[in-house]
Write a protein that binds this ligand. Structure first.
Ligand SMILES: Nc1nc2c(ncn2[C@@H]2O[C@H](COP(=O)(O)OP(=O)(O)OP(=O)(O)O)[C@@H](O)[C@H]2O)c(=O)[nH]1
Ligand SMILES: O=C([O-])CC(=O)C(=O)O
Ligand SMILES: [Mn+2]
Length: 595
C-alpha cells in the first residue's frame, strides 16, 4: 500500500499536469505565509486596506458583482447511482461530471501559482476530526482557509500519520476561480470518491471547500457510513449561576440566526444572576455517540464566516468585538475614514460594496450577504471546550426557521422520532445567502436542503437510527424567533432574549418544569418562561404560545405531501409519526380540507 504522502503527491502532480500552473506552493499555515499572501493581494488589488488605526489587520475584498452567494442550481452531487442523490440534490453522472470539470480546469492555472492546502476539520488531535486537502489558484481562498480551518503543517502531518491506517483517507478538493463566468461555474461533489471540484466562483460557500462542500456535503456521507452526524448547526454552552453548563446544538437555515444565538449576551437580569454563554461553533456541528450513550459534538471549523449586515452593538456585541482586528471583510461598504460599514451600524457609508459612491437608489450599501472572516479565538465568549478532542455532550437539539405565522416560539418533541419529524418538516423563508428570490417559504429539512449530500429519505433514516438501546439522546425542540404580528413586525424581541427560551429547555431537560402537552409537542405553561425585565404584553405571549388547530391540520397535511416526495426511501416510521400527529390534531374542518 502506498503511503498517504505518496497518494497526495501523485494527486497534486496530476492536477498540476491538468491545470499547468507556473509554480506550486505547499501551504505551511504560518503567520509569515499569511502576511506574505496579504501583501501580495494588497499589491494586486484583491484586498483593500481598511483603516488600520480603528481596524488593525483588517482588509476588504470586493468580489465580482455576480459572485456573491452560494449557487444551489450549479451545485451538484454525483453519486454513481442517481437514486442515491435524491430529489433534494442536483445530479450528474460522475464520469460526465469529471469530463466537464476537467475541461474547465485544463490549463486554467497557466502563469499562476497553485496552492496546496492541507487542512484539518476539527481539533487536530480529535478522533472526531477529518482532514482534507484543497488545491486552489486563489490566494483569497488560502487566506480564508487559514482563518477558517486548522491549516498547514500540523494538518499535513496528521494526514501522513493516518496514511498508516488506510490509503487516501483525506478529502480531495480542487478549486479554481476561473473566469467568474456564471455560465462556466459548477460546484461538483463526488461522495464515493470523497472528492470536490469547484470552478468559476470565489465566494465562501462555493470556494472554501472545507466548509459546506467537505464539512457538510461530503461529511454527511462519511457520517452515514461511520455512524455519526454532520449538521448545519451552531453549538453553544449555557452556564447557569451554579456553574453547570449545558451544550445545545441548533440548526437554522443560512442567515437565520446561528451566529447570533451562538454568541448571545444574556439579558440584564440573567447577567446579574451569573448566567454565562460559551460559543463552541456558529455553523457546523459533527456529533457522535460516546461510550455513555450521549451525543458528543465538535465544531469542525476554527473561524467564523459570518453575515455582516445587522451585526451591531445591540444585536451581537460579541461578533462586533471579534471583528475589530485581523478580519477579512467581503462585499461590505466603507465610510469616509475607510472603516468597514453595513446596514445596522452607526455612521454613514460613502462607498458601496461594488466600490461606487454610495447612492441609496442602487440598493443597500453593503451586499445583503456581505461577510466577515475571523478566527474564532477572537470571540470574547469562545469556549475553551471548543478545543476538546472529545467534544462537548449535547443536552438539547434545536430546529428553527423564519416562519412569519403558525409556528410557536418554542415546542418540545415528545421523543426522538417526533423530533426527527420536527426537523424534517422545517420550513423557512429564503435569504440572501443563496442566489434567487428572498422571502419565499420553502421546506428545508434540518436546515440541510442545500447541504445533505445524499437522498433525504436515507438521511432521515440515518437520524432515526440513533434511537437505539443504550442511547441517552438529547431532547429535541423547534423554535421560531421570526413570528410576525399583523403590523408585519416581529412579535418576539429575539437575540439576547432568546436565552429565556433556552433556559426553559434546560429546565425541561433537568425535569424542573412540566410544560403543557399539545398534539404538536410540549409548550411552556404560563409562567414557565422567565419574562422579567421584558416589555412584552400577555396577549403577544399568548399569540406566540398557542396552537392554531386548523392551521396545524393544514400544516400536517402539507408535511405529509412533502415527505411523500421522498418515497420510496422515506422511512415508514417517519410517515407514521406524521400520521400520529395529524391524528392527534383531529379531523380537518371541512373548510380547511377543501381549501
Ligand atoms: N428578528 C430576529 N432576527 C434575528 C435573530 N437572530 C438573528 N437574526 C437576524 O438574522 C440574520 C442572520 O443571522 P446569522 O446569525 O448571521 O445567521 P446564520 O444562521 O449564522 O447564517 P449563515 O452563516 O448563513 O449560516 C441577521 O440579519 C440577524 O440580524 C433573532 O433572534 N430575531
Ligand atoms: O456557506 C456559506 O457561504 C455561508 C453559510 O454559512 C451559509 O450560506 O449557510
Ligand atoms: Mn451556514
Amino acid at each position: 500500500m502506498a503511503s498517504t504522502l505518496e497518494a497526495l503527491e501523485r494527486w497534486v502532480n496530476e492536477v498540476a499536469a491538468l491545470t499547468r500552473p507556473a509554480q506550486i506552493h505547499w501551504c505551511d499555515g504560518s503567520e509569515d505565509e499569511y502576511r506574505t499572501l496579504v501583501q501580495q493581494m494588497l499589491a494586486d488589488g484583491t484586498l483593500i486596506e481598511l483603516n488600520q488605526q480603528t481596524h488593525p489587520g483588517c482588509y476588504l475584498h470586493r468580489s465580482h458583482p455576480s459572485d456573491v452567494a452560494r449557487v444551489e442550481h450549479l451545485t451538484l452531487v454525483c453519486h454513481p447511482n442517481q437514486e442515491d442523490t435524491g430529489p433534494n440534490n442536483h445530479w450528474m453522472d460522475p464520469a460526465e461530471a469529471h469530463a466537464k470539470m476537467d475541461a474547465l480546469f485544463a490549463g486554467c492555472m497557466e502563469g499562476r501559482t497553485m496552492y496546496v492546502i492541507p487542512y484539518c476539520m476539527g481539533p487536530i488531535d480529535s478522533p472526531l476530526s477529518r482532514c482534507g486537502v484543497e488545491i486552489t489558484d486563489s490566494p483569497y481562498v488560502v487566506a480564508n482557509m487559514k482563518i477558517m480551518t486548522r491549516m498547514g503543517k500540523a494538518a499535513q502531518e496528521r494526514i501522513e500519520r493516518e496514511g498508516l491506517l488506510s490509503d487516501g483517507v483525506f478529502v480531495k478538493g480542487l478549486h479554481s476561480t476561473g473566469e467568474l463566468d456564471p455560465d462556466r461555474r459548477f460546484i461538483m461533489h463526488f461522495p464515493e470518491e470523497r472528492t470536490i471540484k469547484s470552478y468559476g466562483s470565489g465566494y465562501g460557500g462555493n470556494a472554501l471547500l472545507g466548509k459546506k462542500c467537505h464539512a457538510l456535503r461530503i461529511a454527511s456521507n462519511q457520517a452515514r457510513d461511520e455512524g455519526w452526524l454532520a449538521e448545519h448547526m451552531l453549538i453553544v454552552g449555557i452556564e447557569n449561576p451554579r456553574g453547570e453548563t449545558h451544550y445545545i446544538a441548533a440548526a437554522f437555515p443560512s442567515a437565520c440566526g446561528k451566529t447570533n444565538l451562538a454568541m448571545l449576551i444574556p439579558p440584564e437580569g440573567y447577567r446579574r444572576d451569573g448566567w454565562k454563554v460559551w460559543t463552541v461553533g456558529d455553523d457546523i456541528c459533527w456529533m457522535r455517540p460516546g461510550a455513555d450513550g450521549r451525543l458528543y459534538a465538535i465544531n469542525p471549523e476554527a473561524g467564523f464566516f459570518g453575515v455582516a449586515p445587522g451585526t451591531s452593538d445591540s444585536s451581537n456585541p460579541n461578533a462586533l468585538k471579534s471583528i475589530a482586528r485581523d478580519t477579512i471583510f467581503t462585499n461590505v461598504a466603507v465610510t469616509a475614514d475607510n472603516q468597514p460599514w453595513w446596514e445596522g451600524l452607526p455612521g454613514t457609508p460613502v462607498t458601496d460594496w461594488q466600490g461606487r459612491p454610495y447612492d441609496p437608489a442602487n440598493g443597500p450599501a453593503a451586499h445583503p450577504n456581505s461577510r466577515f472572516t475571523v478566527s474564532a479565538k477572537q470571540c470574547p465568549t469562545w469556549s475553551p471546550k471548543a478545543e476538546d478532542a472529545q467534544g462537548v455532550p449535547i443536552s438539547a437539539i434545536v430546529f428553527g426557521g423564519r416562519r412569519p405565522s403558525l409556528l410557536p416560539l418554542v415546542m418540545e418533541a415528545r421523543d426522538w422520532t417526533h423530533g426527527v419529524l420536527m426537523g424534517a418538516a422545517m420550513g423557512s423563508e429564503t435569504t440572501a445567502a443563496a442566489t434567487g428570490a428572498v422571502g419565499v417559504l420553502r421546506r428545508d429539512s434540518m436546515a440541510m436542503k442545500p447541504f445533505a449530500g445524499y437522498h433525504y429519505g436515507d438521511y432521515f433514516a440515518h437520524w432515526l437510527s440513533f434511537d437505539r438501546p443504550g442511547a441517552r439522546l438529547p431532547k429535541i425542540y423547534h423554535v421560531n424567533w421570526f413570528r410576525k404580528g399583523r403590523d408585519g413586525k416581529f412579535l418576539w424581541p429575539g437575540f439576547g432574549d432568546n436565552l429565556r427560551v433556552l433556559e426553559w429547555m434546560i429546565n425541561r431537560v433537568e425535569g424542573k418544569v412540566s410544560g403543557v402537552e399539545t398534539p404538536i409537542g410540549t409548550l411552556p405553561a404560563t409562567g414557565e418562561l422567565k419574562l422579567d425585565g421584558l416589555a412584552i404584553d400577555p396577549a403577544t405571549m399568548d399569540e406566540l404560545l398557542t396552537m392554531d388547530r386548523a392551521g396545524w391540520q393544514a400544516e400536517l397535511a402539507a408535511i405529509g405531501d412533502y415527505l411523500d416526495g421522498f418515497a420510496p426511501r422515506l422511512p415508514a416510521a417517519l410517515r407514521a409519526e406524521q400520521q400520529r400527529v395529524a391524528g392527534a390534531l383531529g379531523d380537518m374542518p371541512r373548510e380547511a380540507a377543501t381549501a
